[in-house]
Design a protein around this ligand. Sequence first.
Ligand SMILES: [Zn+2]
Length: 70
Amino acid sequence: MTTVVELARPGRKHCQSTPIPPARDLTWEQYAGRTCVVCGRRLTSDAVSRGWARGRQGVHVLDVEVWACP
Ligand SMILES: [Zn+2]
């Protein structure tokens, strides 16, 4: 099962090619930019911006810039 292997061992390509999840599906650490938006690994100063996760909760806009492994 290729999918299982990729999830268990996230690589750079995986983290930078996986679509960004909706903002409401992020953990608070991902939302804060502390961990990779794809694999959840803690990021350091060489994190790469993946763009913006979009979301809305009632009148509140949840849009946030998200980061991934380098
Ligand atoms: Zn990652």
